[in-house]
Every structure is written in structure tokens, then in C-alpha cells.
Design a protein around this ligand. Sequence first.
Ligand SMILES: Nc1ncnc2c1ncn2[C@@H]1O[C@H](COP(=O)(O)OP(=O)(O)OP(=O)(O)O)[C@@H](O)[C@H]1O
Length: 334
Amino acid sequence: MIELKDISKSYRSGSVSVEAIRNINLTVNKGEIFGIIGHSGAGKSTLLRCVNLLERPSTGSVKVGGEELTTLSSSQLQMQRRRIGMIFQHFNLLSLATVRSNIAFPLRLAKMGMKEIDRRVNELLKLVGLVDHADKYPSQLSGGQKQRVGIARALANNPDVLLCDEATSALDPQTTNSILALLVDINQKLGITILLITHEMHVIRSICDRVAVIDKGEVVESGEVLKVFLKPEHPVTIDFVSQVADSFDVTELIGVSRGKLVRLNYIGDLTYEPILYNAVKTTSVEFTILQGIVSRMKGTPYGQLVIELIGNEPEIKKVIAALRSEGLDVGELT
Ligand SMILES: Nc1ncnc2c1ncn2[C@@H]1O[C@H](COP(=O)(O)OP(=O)(O)OP(=O)(O)O)[C@@H](O)[C@H]1O
């Protein structure tokens, strides 16, 4: 649905040129929720704004739904942009217009008839849960309600893609979760592809299918969220994963363990299988669980255990081989 090829963007600041993003290649599949995470100044907003050409990349190609956007005339681009909705951290609502008029705004721009606009706005109010607030002004709404207006407005023209620019960063944790749930609902009900940027791993973990980590204008790591979460490789990714409370720091354990420390990653149905028991039962190896989590991410079960294997070396090797042969990802920490 979105294909970015070799995108770079430089800004001129007086005589100095700042390269905000460099050689970015990114593909977002239809129906996917894709997250881009990075620290402040990493280039997230620039990258997101390149997708609908609010920023025009200095070099590279931007395809949305198979259509190359960088070569379109301004009127063609305007048409294509109707297929790409966008929501913002600070909502960007018209303060002098009611909720209803804010949502109707893009429909009026698209020259839809009054009756049809009314019908569509009512449908959108229902979708985002704002039926009772239709005639209020933005100043009379909470942050979460304002973002719901932003979402309804972004969906008005039935876009294929929704771009989310730090959409929950101005909201408290509970409201953040309700907006994230709404985004998942929209993704599932309407099949809209969502591309979001954030600096919070919680957002990625809660709703994204895949993630790209961006640092100093470059993608440094990308993949399925569960895999990146369980086995982050780049230091920036490790830093983000450690933001989430149940991530592990094993450095202290390494100093005090008596046996061999290993980290086991389970993904999918394996999580509920007695693999560890089966691997040790015919040996004299004992194990203790030092850290662990068994949970679900977007409906997929996963587990991560740090265990200590106590026994003789050949038998420990045998246990590790048995765990691997059952499909577990085994990291040898000592
Ligand atoms: N219009 C501009 N003119 C000059 N430099 C810019 C402009 N916009 C962004 N930059 C620079 O480009 C780099 C990337 O900025 P960008 O806003 O894309 O990062 P970000 O990851 O979205 O950061 P934040 O999370 O703080 O918004 C920064 O060094 C920023 O100073």
C-alpha cells in the first residue's frame, strides 16, 4: 500500500543543509498497522510527511496504492491525497467550527452534496463514539474527544491509508489506550492501512504489526513487533524496549548465576507447550526460572524466560539442542 524507495530529505537552514532522513526504504502492506519509532529529531515527522508529500523528498520515490506521487501535478496530487487521511498530535481542529462542521470540512472540499454530507457525518460520529457531542465546539471537548474528531475527519473521504503523527502523545495513559483501541477497531472494520510515528514503545507494542526504528535519519532495525520486542539488536531499539516495564535486564544475573544462563523466546502456540519439562526430563539437568513473562501481543501468545541450567556440560548442550529442535529461540547468555 505504501512503498518508499531511497527517500532522502534535506532542509536548508541559511547556508547549512540538514539531512533529516537518508536513504529510507520502507514497504507497508495493505491492512497492516506499521509503526515508526525514534527519539526526538530522528526524522519521524519528516518521513511521515513525505508519504503524502506535505514534505517533498529531495530524492526517492513515494508510491501509495501503486501510484507514484512525486511526479503528479498539483491537482492530481490533491485527488490522491483524499486516499490518505492524517491525524495530528495537537488535533489541528477548526476552533470556531462545531464537531459536525469539523468532520464535514473535507467533504465540503470534495464538493459532496449537503444531504450526503449529513449522512456521512452521522455515520462517522457513530464510528468514533461522538454522537452526543456533535454540536459542541473543540474547546468544550477533552483531548481524547478532540482526537476522535480528528480521526472522524481523517476518515471522511474513505481513505485507504491513515497517517498518525504522534496521535496519542498529548493524551493521558487511559485516553491513549482508548484512542489506540479505536485505531485497531478502524483498521479491522474498515481494512485501512495505518502508518504511525511515535516515541513510545507502548504504542508500538499495543497495536502495531511491524515496526521500523529510526535513528539520525536512518532505519536501524525493522521487523515484526513481537520479534523486535523479544530480540532487539540495535542499541536504540534496546533502549526503547526497556521503556516497557516487563523487559529484562540480565546483567545482574550474569554475575551471580551458578549454572548456565539461557534466554528462551516462545512465540505462538509453543508458549503453552511443556517444552522445557520435556527437554530436561531424560537428563539430570535441573533448571530454575530467574525472570519470565508469558503474555499476548495483538492476540499472539508469547513468552520469554531467563533460566539457569544446572548440570554437566554435555547434558546441558543436549537440553539446549532439544529446546531448539522444538522451535524455541535460545540465547546463551553465559
Ligand atoms: N522545516 C525544517 N527546516 C530545517 N530543519 C528541519 C525542518 N524540519 C525538521 N528539521 C530537522 O530535521 C531533523 C528531523 O526532524 P523531525 O521533525 O522529522 O524529527 P522527529 O523525529 O519527528 O522529532 P520530534 O519527535 O521531536 O518531532 C531535525 O534535526 C530537525 O531539526
